[in-house]
Write a protein that binds this ligand. Structure first.
Ligand SMILES: C[S@@+](CC[C@H](N)C(=O)[O-])C[C@H]1O[C@@H](n2cnc3c(N)ncnc32)[C@H](O)[C@@H]1O
Length: 378
């Protein structure tokens, strides 16, 4: 088994959650802006891809160095033992980004990194011609930040939010990674009722069900590193077997998603079936103001419209007010609403127990948390 520097990339604000997940997989890690770094073997790469619910992707860090000139970038990239990662037929496109660095031309940095890798591989594989690049994909990234170049290879392929269950979606679907984060930020346990009153395409209820039954979010998809020569098939088989063993398919769930729009309810049902939950998650057409229940100690997580579109504002504010009135009857429930509306508490009619800043894409939002009574201890 090899030893690799692994990076789990994280959306702004989710780093601590990603780190918590990495630690619970058994790896000590360091947290920085936008990424969590740790050391692990091939199994760690496979398990990270399969299990991390809130990370964006898994990358292998193959080099990190200061680079103030193109020469430096070329030589230091060439010094990386690329032959240990890339076989002769590897397809290796190079992408890049540069922030606050002398080398600001991203396209030049990409071209130089590509040239350096080719030089290194030509020497190792004893070739004078270009590589055909008709094998497995090893997408290289050169990321410059304050003149430090981090060179990585992407081990995920499509982003980890692509779980494979979303066959259709509405207008403003939540990224699956953020939906999982919302559920993880609550105190919900699988034996408690769960409602998403603005379910849209069903992302939050589906992520809650995956968490509730401890199903690895990547279980139903493939990863680019599955085709890598140095990632043995057995590693993937074992990681998938572990995921299968740890899944609690018998865990009963009481998860409901509702939405004012019946078309969204149909879409959510379709996605839930695709995720393997069939009718385990209940979906229904309903306005948030009509939500009532006699069940206790449940959790509500919702991503309502934010009222940012012209003409929507007043209607959304009224809806927040009606929501506050409906939820005021649910004394034992904990309620978590994510919105960018800074006056939300005023309309809802109650100050939040706690607020947490979160980014929904580029939109700055708050997760307004209203903690319910604790369940009695027996
Ligand atoms: C931002 S979207 C939610 C997206 C969802 N989280 C997803 O991943 O697809 C907001 C949803 O709230 C629904 N909605 C708007 N007003 C509502 C109301 N008064 N009661 C219930 N649902 C409402 C919309 O139909 C829309 O599907």
């Amino acid at each position: 088994m090899g030893k690799y520097q692994i990076i789990a990339t994280a959306a702004m604000g989710l780093e601590a959650l990603v780190a918590k997940e990495v630690r619970s997989l058994g790896y000590e890690c360091e947290v920085e802006n936008g990424r969590v770094t740790y050391t692990g073997d091939e199994t760690a790469i496979a398990r990270s891809n399969l299990w991390l619910r809130t990370a964006d992707r898994i990358k292998i860090k193959v080099g990190e160095f200061k680079a103030f000139t193109f020469d430096e970038l070329f030589e230091k990239t060439k010094a990386i033992p690329w032959e240990q990662f890339l076989p002769e037929d590897a397809e290796f496109p190079v992408i890049g980004k540069s922030v606050k660095s002398k080398l600001f031309s991203v396209s030049d940095c990409q071209a130089i990194v590509k040239k350096a890798v080719v030089e290194r591989l030509k020497k190792h594989y004893k070739r004078n011609t270009w590589f055909e690049e008709n094998g497995a994909l090893y997408r290289i990234e050169v990321a410059l930040l304050k003149d430090v170049a981090t060179i990585t290879i992407d081990a995920s392929g499509s982003g980890l939010h692509k779980r494979g269950y979303r066959i259709d979606q509405g207008e403003a679907p939540l990224k699956e990674t953020l939906a999982a984060a919302l559920v993880m930020l609550t105190n919900w346990q699988a034996d408690r009722p769960f409602i998403d009153p603005f379910c849209g395409s069903g992302t939050i209820p589906i992520e809650a069900a995956l968490i509730g039954q401890n199903i690895a979010p990547g279980f139903n998809r493939e990863f680019v590193s599955e085709a890598w020569k140095w990632m043995p098939e057995k590693v993937w088989d074992d990681a998938r077997m572990e995921a299968e063993d740890l899944a609690k398919y018998d865990q009963s769930l009481d998860i409901t998603g509702s939405d004012i729009d019946h078309r969204m309810v149909r879409i959510a049902e379709g996605n839930s079936v695709e995720a393997g939950f069939g009718d385990l998650i209940k979906f229904k057409q309903m306005q948030v103001r009509d939500i009532s229940t006699t069940k206790e100690y449940g959790v509500i997580v919702g991503n309502p419209p934010y009222g940012e579109r012209l003409g929507d504002k007043k209607a959304v504010e009224l809806m927040y007010k009606e929501m506050g009135q409906a939820f005021s009857k649910l004394e034992t429930w904990s309620i978590y609403i994510m919105t960018s509306n800074e006056e939300f508490e005023q309309f809802y009619g109650k100050p939040a127990t706690k607020k947490r800043k979160l980014f929904n894409g580029f939109i700055r939002t708050d997760l307004y948390q209203f903690w319910g009574k604790r369940p009695p201890r027996y």
